[in-house]
Design a protein around this ligand. Structure first.
Ligand code: DAH
Length: 343
């Protein structure tokens, strides 16, 4: 009998050695020996009847000792497994703060949107408010009210997409000037960004492009105000050391009209490839609002005067970011767009 007990003891030790590698397997092993119904140690008690009566007391004592021993061995084992599992859990959850973070690819705004936002920032800082007109206009707002009636030669300056004899895709954000001046009384200070359309297509022209119109109407507005605002604009976009010069030009809705050049920000005015050796780069058209345009909108041209300018956003962006073909701005090539992150 004693041998039986010893062999069970050995079985327990072997089981622990070979099979108990977690709390769950240790618990299963314990059940094999200590389960109240099926455990091997419990079963021994049932054999009591086969034992000679004088040995029963001894046998019972030995079985109880084995049971106590096994209970404490398995209790120790459970503690050990608990500690082991906790350690594994801690290891698995350990965070190595020195590992490099996964880099996330972030997108950026389209260069035209970036430039549009920069221009809005510059002019909003000077007190301009935004007016967004519509892309479909009628002939009156796009041309006639801007002092360009039907047979006016200046209509040839812009090749127009007509939708009907009356409606067209606006060729210039200048149309917004009329809407604003019809609705509001001076003082007026608006900026009107938006898409415009012309039947025109080469390396520097696209059938759809973006303009930013500026209009100021107040008492005693002069070319000096225009020059001051445009200087501020080029300094913010192209650098503090840049300046502008105004050259006489012609637009039907301004008188006098000017073409505005920025001093070359590439060579500082000495002359280079970008400015074609002149030291100056043409960037926009502007002028003093033609009295006829003010009168068309019911504004007294004796009391008020205005300045206006029209910026081609693609042109300003191409110059700033060194883009040589306007198509790059519309092809959405991610390799090109990723290079321009200016905001
Ligand atoms: N609308 C002109 C164009 O698209 C640009 C322009 C020139 C706008 C002179 C103006 C201006 O407001 O005063 O070519």
């Amino acid at each position: 009998m004693i041998e039986r007990l010893n062999s069970i003891k050995q079985e327990i030790l072997d089981g622990i050695e070979n099979h108990a590698n977690s709390r769950a397997t240790a618990f299963e092993l314990r059940k094999q020996f200590l389960d109240s119904k099926t455990g091997k140690i419990g079963q021994l008690m049932k054999e009591m009847k086969n034992i000679a009566p004088e040995e029963r007391a001894n046998f019972g004592k030995s079985v109880n000792e084995l049971k106590d021993w096994a209970s404490s061995v398995f209790a120790d084992l459970d503690e050990k497994m608990k500690a082991k599992e906790l350690e594994l859990k801690y290891k698995a959850e350990k965070i190595d703060v020195t590992i490099d973070a996964d880099s996330e690819e972030t997108g950026n705004l389209h260069p035209i949107t970036q430039m549009r936002n920069q221009l809005i920032d510059v002019f909003a800082g000077m007190g301009f408010e935004i007016f967004e007109g519509t892309e479909i206009e009628n002939d009156y707002y796009n041309f006639t009210a801007l002092n360009t009636p039907a047979d006016h030669p200046a209509r040839d300056m812009q090749d127009t997409f007509y939708l009907s004899p009356e409606f067209l895709l606006r060729t210039q954000t200048s149309a917004g000037q009329i809407h604003v001046m019809e609705k509001e009384k001076p003082p007026i200070k608006i900026l009107s960004p938006g898409k415009v359309f012309r039947s025109d297509d080469d390396a520097t022209h696209s059938p759809m492009f973006t303009q930013m119109e500026g209009l100021v109407v107040d008492k005693k507005i002069t070319l000096c105000d225009l020059k001051g605002m445009l200087d501020m604009f080029v300094q913010k976009i192209y650098g503090e050391e840049t300046t502008t010069r105004l050259r006489p030009s012609y637009f039907p809705f301004t008188e006098p009209s000017v073409e505005v050049d920025v001093s070359c920000f590439e060579c500082g005015g000495k002359g280079c490839k970008l400015c074609k050796g002149t030291g100056w780069i043409e960037i926009l058209g502007a002028g003093i609002v033609n009295k006829k345009v003010l009168e068309n909108c019911g504004i007294d041209s004796e009391e008020y005067s205005g300045l206006a300018f029209g910026i081609g956003i693609e042109r300003v962006a191409m110059l700033k970011y060194g883009i040589n073909n306007i198509k790059h701005l519309f092809e959405s090539d991610i390799n090109v767009l990723n290079q321009i992150n200016d905001n």
